[in-house]
Write a protein that binds this ligand. Structure first.
Ligand code: WQD
Length: 326
């Protein structure tokens, strides 16, 4: 048994590699290192540098390591960039997945876990988003994730490939400082960056129909998310023929204002946020129902927002030592 983790040198992928390895699975990383960092791959885990668009390279990696399952995280993930470069996103996220699935089915690999996103739901008009809530992505990024789910499901039905699509909600935190997110494109690192610059964090709109007027999200610790992949991988291994689509969240809404207050308190800052106009395309509230994943996989998040912010801050200070001085 060996799992190929595409995108395993990325922020989430490296946590998946770590969790799978700790659970006793043999893992191999496949990553083009476009945004991945080779140092994130632990010693003893082979790193195959290649693109998911490169069929010959994939064939060699699958055969060479006796791969029996794939967790596919290699993808582009910037919502705004996807609006400007839709063709690039469809090529990397949809065509890359199509080529990978060709290689996987040709090699007879039985199990496939897809990294999907709450972005498939768009602007859900419900309190808790279930997997049956209609999908209506608002960006090319979300479209590529939904198209990816369709590709995976159709391939499973046609070939018997056992599949799971995991819809991540808002991921934050780190298992250890060196595995922290190095990107600054989500709320937690964006607030860290402002505080480090000595500036006020920004709230993108406080006139939403939510209790404090700011957007509500479901934040999930990356370590919990990684453990959900282990549970999904195990479920596919032990009961072939599965076709799972699962939300991975905590089922708890936290507002932007609450997050910024928590970040100020945890990092020892005291900078009240500035309210700016709404960011186009932001839904007021996106919170998961995490019932199905609990039933199907017996998985439940263990960590809270405090753990996410504390661990993310340790990673931030490692990269930005000046942050600790403010
Ligand atoms: C969270 C909230 C902002 C920064 C996106 C993608 C999603 C997934 C995760 C995946 C929003 C507000 C932010 C700031 C703010 N991507 N905000 N001030 O938009 O919920 O989800 O990332 O790969 O698919 O859509 O996450 O972290 O950008 O924002 O007020 O300085 O924080 O408006 O309400 P989002 P986010």
């Amino acid at each position: 048994m060996a799992w190929l983790i595409t995108g395993g040198a990325g922020y989430i992928g490296a946590h998946v590699v770590r969790a799978m390895t700790e659970a006793g699975e043999r893992t191999v990383v496949y990553d083009d290192l476009s945004t991945g960092i080779a140092e994130r791959v632990p010693p003893g885990v082979p790193l195959e540098v290649g693109s998911t668009l490169d069929r010959a390279r994939l064939d060699r990696a699958l055969a060479g390591h006796g791969i029996t399952g794939v967790v596919h995280l290699a993808a582009k993930k910037q919502v705004g960039e996807s609006v400007d470069r839709p063709l690039h996103y469809y090529r990397e996220n949809v065509e890359g997945l199509r080529v990978l699935l060709e290689a996987v089915t040709a090699a007879g690999v039985p199990s496939f876990v897809l990294s999907s996103s709450a972005a498939v739901y768009g602007m859900p008009d419900v309190d808790l988003v279930t997997e049956d809530t209609p999908c209506a992505p608002m960006s090319p990024y979300g479209e590529t994730k939904l198209a990816g789910e369709w590709l995976v499901r159709a391939t499973g039905r046609a070939t018997g490939l056992s599949t799971a699509s995991l819809r991540y909600f808002n991921v934050a935190g780190a298992a250890s400082p060196e595995l922290a997110d190095t990107g600054v494109s989500n709320l937690v690192p964006m607030v860290f960056e402002r505080l480090t610059e000595g500036a006020s964090p920004r709230v993108f709109g406080d006139d939403y129909p939510t209790p404090d007027g700011t957007c509500v999200r479901d934040y999930i610790h990356v370590v919990d998310l990684a453990e959900a992949h282990v549970a999904a991988a195990r479920a596919l291994e032990t009961s072939p023929g599965r076709d799972l689509t699962l939300n991975i969240g905590r089922g708890e809404g936290v507002s932007v204002r609450e997050m910024i207050d928590r970040i100020n308190a945890i990092t020892g800052h005291d900078r009240p946020p500035t309210v700016t106009p709404r960011r186009p395309g932001d839904p007021a509230r996106v919170v998961a129902s995490a019932d199905r994943v609990a039933t199907e996989l017996g998985w439940k998040a263990r960590y809270d927002v405090q753990d996410m912010i504390t661990s993310a801050w340790e990673g931030w200070v490692r990269l930005h030592p000046e942050a600790a001085r403010h």
